[in-house]
Ligand binder design. Structure first.
Ligand code: SF4
Length: 435
């Protein structure tokens, strides 16, 4: 979501005359768009500012803006602690960034804007042209969360669940497709909780997917991040009826132990999760899954940990995110320090879990060797006669071809693989090399 927000922040700054630069010391405005989901996020921001100060030691000070969830969580405190910061702006009020910059330039007064103004934000963003020019684009449809998992900071930094008006989303999708976007990933902290009601009609994530599926020039649809409890039947049905919906689902489970899921306040259990996986596999036996795992949650026993390993093997996740538990200030789990295992135990568990996930990923990639797969071309590699694209399952593919353009879907023969990538050749090229 921060990538989507960063793009929109750029569009807003562009609207008042700013342009991107790759030359750091030439910039007269820096926006650090921050994420608060992991530990030490705040400290990282101050370190980054330290580096900025060094770069600009003998130059005119640039305008420094902190946006995103760290800005939301720390607010006014940031300006007090680090006078080099000029503007602090939260994730639900960044539509005001243009006015904030102009005001600061006029009056030189420090600005702190961290209201939860999510409706106005999307109304304002709708008026600003999108400068996106990639093959694959994000589109935020929903923000915030009402689930309150005990470890998570999102409900506090992004606020309660909010679903954008259906029409507004479709308009933005049309604008993206008109800019040659071929793949749209619908975004939300709880994307499958999307629900918008207008004139007694209820719009859900499935309604959006079905609508986008009719877009002639759009090739692929994805969505992230989902909560297992919101995998409703109408959404599962989309895997039956919408050929552009990719057969790959990121479905965070966090732990394989019902006891830990309860302590986390996740509101789903293992049986339910596995039933959802089973239903989806019944619809499409090729569908693949990735997930999120927290290792060492307060109170995790060896048995709980083994249950997590079991579920990883059972589902066969093809790529996943896994982290050691880290206490986020202000969340209920932050008070459970005494119940956290010895760090060495948790680190060992994480290492073992990551090895298992890595092996699954490696073995899955190996299965493609000597097979063909459809790849959406995203870009040409700099300085090489090779291209980069992704399979339906998001796996990166680096391949050679004589002739292609971004946005093409090519049938690529996979020649080799490693844990993270597939390597291949486009048909015509393959014959030539094989001869
Ligand atoms: S459902 Fe996701 S975003 Fe919401 S509180 Fe839980 S982990 Fe955080």
């Amino acid at each position: 979501m921060n990538e989507y927000d960063s793009n929109r922040i750029y569009d807003l700054a562009k609207n008042i005359g700013f342009n991107k630069t790759d030359i750091k010391n030439e910039a007269d405005c820096f926006v650090l768009n921050t994420c608060h989901i992991r530990e030490k996020a705040t400290e990282k921001v101050y370190h980054e500012i330290g580096r900025l100060k060094k770069s600009f030691r003998n130059l005119k000070k640039p305008l420094v803006i902190i946006s995103g969830c760290v800005a939301q969580a720390e607010s006014e405190e940031m300006i007090k602690r680090e006078p080099y910061i000029d503007i602090v702006i939260g994730p639900q009020s960044y539509h005001k960034i243009g006015d904030a910059i102009l005001n600061y330039q006029r009056k030189k007064n420090k600005i702190n804007t961290t209201d939860f103004d999510v409706i106005k934000k999307f109304d304002e963003l709708e008026k600003i042209p999108i400068s996106q020019n990639k093959t694959s684009s994000y589109l935020t449809i929903q923000e915030g969360c009402d689930k309150f998992c005990n470890f998570c900071v999102v409900p506090y930094t992004r606020g309660p669940e909010y679903s954008r008006p259906f029409k507004q989303i479709i308009n933005e999708a049309e604008a993206l497709v008109n800019k040659d976007v071929k793949e749209i990933t619908l975004l939300g902290q709880n994307v499958n909780a999307y629900e918008y009601i207008e004139n007694d009609k209820k719009y859900k994530l499935s309604t959006i997917i079905r609508e986008l599926n009719n877009f002639k020039n759009l090739k692929r649809i994805r969505y992230t991040t989902s909560h297992p409890n919101d995998m409703s039947n109408d959404l599962l049905d989309c895997y039956n009826n919408c050929e552009k919906l990719m057969p790959f689902l990121h479905l965070p489970i966090q732990s394989g132990s019902d006891r830990i899921l309860k302590l986390m306040n996740r509101k789903h259990n293992i049986k339910y999760y596995l039933e959802t996986v089973k239903k989806l596999k019944k619809i499409n036996s090729n569908i693949k899954f990735s997930s999120d795992f927290i290792v060492g949650y307060p109170g995790e026993t060896e048995k709980d940990y083994k249950d997590t390993i079991d579920i990883i093997k059972k589902v066969g996740f093809i790529n996943s995110y896994s982290f050691l538990f880290s206490a986020r200030p202000g969340t209920p789990a932050a008070n459970k320090n005494k119940e956290i295992n010895d760090l060495m135990i948790n680190k060992k568990r994480l290492e073992n879990l990551q090895n298992i996930l890595g092996n699954l990923q490696f073995e899955n990639n190996k299965k493609y060797i000597n097979k063909f797969c459809d790849v959406l071309v995203e870009n040409k590699l700099v300085g090489q006669n090779k291209y980069f694209g992704r399979t339906k399952f998001m796996t990166p593919v680096i391949f050679e071809t004589k002739n292609c353009k971004n946005g093409d879907v090519l049938n690529i023969k996979i020649i080799s693989s490693n844990k993270n990538n597939l390597f291949g050749l486009h048909k015509a090229n393959y014959k030539e090399k094989a001869a």
